[in-house]
Design a protein around this ligand. Structure first.
Ligand SMILES: Cc1ncc(COP(=O)(O)O)c(C=O)c1O
Length: 494
């Protein structure tokens, strides 16, 4: 494939930074190498010496002085070599990409660790899309992606979805506004990429079938589209996984975004794709240094802290990579799989509780498809034209928070009768209470149903303060914040 058509003018102008090239050479050099080239500070002056992290299984993860120095120091742009290699092995086991054996230099696959699937998505969008481009997304789709795309000034083309995710006929119908040859003309506004969430769509909980993936891949081949496969719920699938787009990718048109956010902790994710498409990540020192620089603001963990640190703090842990890399090596592939089993079991049982509560309270008043992955139930409230007002006024007054469906729509102003309910953190009682409150509000908004509902809640459902039971990391000794990464992440609403 010729990737030059996909990369926008700003990204095409990026050149590899000489300093970053040397950093990569140094990372692969023997310890005997004397380097006066690096602009890295001397870690002996960093006040953090060692850390012991208690894991939930009772074992410990120890960052000795040497590992701590690595954790605090500037590192290779691609990510810690150990972690990168571990992730490549994992990807090869899970996805068996057809091009796995090819060297990156020969156009094969490569992998980069980013500070978020969101981070990787935003950078990819900013590297690939020009203002005015047509971009294909599914409808509904992840609100964070919409937030990243809208400021670029692109035109969002919405593909219809159902309980099996994106509908290939709808994609074909959108693409048929152009001829496949249009892809050869740079001035033509034919879409260059399609963005999709293949498993446990946020917000619908739907997953693509293999047939659909194959049909979508064929359409992508016909119109020369890149497929951006955003798969943070891969490890939260309740049924046997079907092959990913990456597994089907014989051409090199898939950029795959993985995330550990839902299974280890936020802050560690990877992008996999053709080397040319990841070049922007290696290119410009100015552009990149924010990834590994820090303003060294220290957040002291409080004793008996009940709440997990706010997202911007956990996001900013400078060397979460070292912690995650060491944990994965300590666990090995089998330990990781064992952990994933527990995660799947947990979310599946939460999903059952959510669906049972919906059946109990909302049968006849709402419609839903049972989620097959992920952490969300997508409810269509019958007879309610737009849920925004319902959430902002009625639900809030009842101390219940749900996300109105319009947050996931390419056109946010169109009325939407859906709401998204998350089953990841709420207790059984809270889920039950939440659904019954929806019923209550529904009755209020639909005259004629009467209001027989007697229970009312006096307590806000404190979703954010509930402890996440599955994260293996129990005690964080050092939390560093303040780098520019936070500014980037904050720009993007979750
Ligand atoms: C579909 C989708 N993509 C990306 C993300 C962001 O993932 P990360 O935490 O790895 O940035 C989310 C998070 O909720 C998501 O639902």
């Amino acid at each position: 494939m010729n990737y030059s058509r996909f990369i926008n003018a700003v990204s095409a102008a990026r050149k590899p930074s000489p300093i970053r090239v040397l950093t990569a050479i140094l990372a692969k050099s023997p310890p005997s190498m004397i380097s006066l080239a690096s602009g890295a500070p001397n870690p002996k002056l960093f006040p953090f010496a060692e850390a012991t992290i208690k894991l939930r299984d009772g074992s410990k993860l120890i960052l000795d002085e040497e590992r701590m120095n690595v954790a605090l120091q500037y590192g290779a742009t691609q990510g810690q070599a150990d972690l990168v290699n571990w992730l490549k092995d994992l990807q090869n086991i899970l996805h068996k990409p057809p091009s796995a054996g090819m060297k990156p230099e020969a156009g094969g696959l490569d992998l980069i660790v980013t500070t978020g699937s969101q981070d990787g998505l935003s950078k990819s969008f900013e590297s690939l899309i020009h203002a005015g481009d047509n971009v294909v997304v599914e409808c509904p789709t992840y609100a964070g992606t919409l937030s990243a795309l809208r400021p670029i000034g692109c035109n969002l083309l919405a593909v219809a979805t159902d309980h099996n995710g994106m509908i290939p006929d709808s994609l074909e119908e959108i693409m048929s506004r152009w001829k496949p040859e249009d892809a050869k003309h740079s001035e033509c506004r034919i879409p260059k990429l399609v963005y999709t969430i293949p498993n446990g769509v946020n917000p619908t909980g739907a997953s693509l079938t293999l047939d659909r993936k194959q049909a979508i891949y064929k359409i992508a081949q016909k119109y020369d589209l890149l497929i951006m496969e955003d798969d943070p719920y891969y490890f939260l699938q309740f049924n046997k996984p079907v092959p990913s787009f990456l597994s089907l990718d014989t051409d090199g048109r898939v950029l795959r975004f993985d995330s550990f956010s839902k299974v280890l902790s936020s802050g560690g994710r990877s992008i996999q794709g053709r080397e040319e498409l990841l070049q922007w990540h290696y290119a410009d020192d100015e552009y990149l240094t924010y990834e590994h620089s820090s303003d060294d603001e220290i957040v002291e963990p409080k004793e008996d802290e009940e709440e997990p640190p706010p997202p911007e703090v956990s996001e900013a842990i400078e060397r979460l990579e070292v912690m995650v890399g060491d944990l994965l090596h300590q666990w090995g592939m089998d330990g990781f799989k064992e952990h994933i089993k527990q995660v799947v079991h947990f979310y599946q049982s939460r999903k059952d509780i959510m669906v049972n509560a919906a059946k109990k309270w909302l049968s006849g008043l709402a419609e839903w498809d049972e989620p097959v992955a992920g952490m969300f139930l997508w409810l269509k409230l019958k007879g309610i034209n737009d849920t925004k007002k319902l959430i902002e006024e009625k639900a809030l007054a009842k101390e219940v928070l749900l996300v109105p469906g319009c947050a996931f729509m390419p056109d946010p102003d169109a009325p939407c009768s859906y709401v998204r309910a998350s089953y990841s953190l709420a207790s059984d009682e809270q889920i039950d209470q939440l659904q019954s409150t929806v019923l209550h509000i529904h009755h209020q908004l639909r005259p004629g149903f009467g209001d027989s509902f007697a229970r009312s809640s006096s307590r806000m459902i404190k979703i954010i303060s509930v402890k996440v039971p599955l994260m293996p990391v129990n005690t964080l000794v050092i939390l560093a914040t303040g780098d520019l990464r936070v500014a980037i992440d904050e720009r993007i609403q979750r």
